[in-house]
Design a protein around this ligand. Sequence first.
Ligand code: H2U
Length: 368
Amino acid sequence: MAKFGSIELDYPHNRYNPLLDEWILVCPHRSKRPWMGKIEKKEDHQNQSNETAAGEKLNALSPGGIRANGIQNPLYNSTYVFDNDFPALIDTECPDNLNIDNNNDDSQLFRVQPARGRCRVMCFHPSSRLSLPLMSIDEILAVINAWIGELLKLGPIYRWVQIFENKGAIMGCSNPHPHCQIWASHFLPNIPRKKDQQQRNYFEKYGRAMLWDYVQKELSNEERIVIRNEHWLALVPFWATWPFETMLLPYHRSIQRLNDINEMEKKSLASIMKGLLTIYDNLFEISFPYSMGWHGAPTGPEYFDSKQPHWILHAVYYPPLLRSATIKKFMVGYELCAQSQRDITPEKAAEILRQQNPNKHYKKYDSK
Ligand code: H2U
């Protein structure tokens, strides 16, 4: 039976997430319970897409596709980035009546701040039939370069540039064409704000970056590591909340942001992304749904060029599936009212993911 100090890890226990200063309840025995709840429809990315080359043109995100506002996309042949036609954040000055200081309520119970920013959409590839794991390394490299291009453009202006991908209808993805979104804001949102503070506190106390120390410790026994190459590794964090959650981060040197990585590191990042996402797809033999996002040192006019050694760049992957392609983990009752909870241990999840082949996709299909 696995132990952590005197605590048996096969019994219910709490684990601490030092990045967010939160606890997560782990209940390994619960994975044995019968499931009579909601069974999702098995989603297949390719079945949602238009299969024929002519059909692909119908997709609003395809080359030549007509978007909801009537704009036609160019006939792009790699990645393509445009301003979201339905942006959550806009960058115009707020009307005067919203711009006034609303924080003058003595009790501080009613507080408002303007929220300005810019939202972009990035198409990963001209074909609506592909997803990242089915793309070639060079095609994934083009996506990484496009991410860096956006960060270099938006980072000097905005305090936070959130690159994120919703994959699969189950995660709220509105279009099967491979794409991600970028929301750049003048404010630091809650999660990066917490991560910034927690990593800063750790750095002030120990003189080293929290995630640097963490990843070096993980390398010493490897039980949560899913895949690694010469620069990067993906692991199920000790404090993971979602069943097959992973974190992708560098381990050979301290990197603060995506725009800090060199050509070799870009190529090995493309390769580990392909491997990790192939593992995910192979697990339940579906186009694996998830929400993912990049977290690096905050940006903005004051910070973009400054060193922030407390930060380590990392990507987070949050897949919603629990024990099959059709059974989803619900973050509901106890999770909403009290604290996040998971069933299988992070170590077991890592072991299950490691059993999948990162080099061969179950569809045996490659875009090359
Ligand atoms: P999601 O699949 O994660 O929802 O991202 C797709 C985004 O693409 C979504 O934010 C935008 C939507 O507003 N979009 C356009 O800007 N124009 C369109 O014609 C289709 C979708």
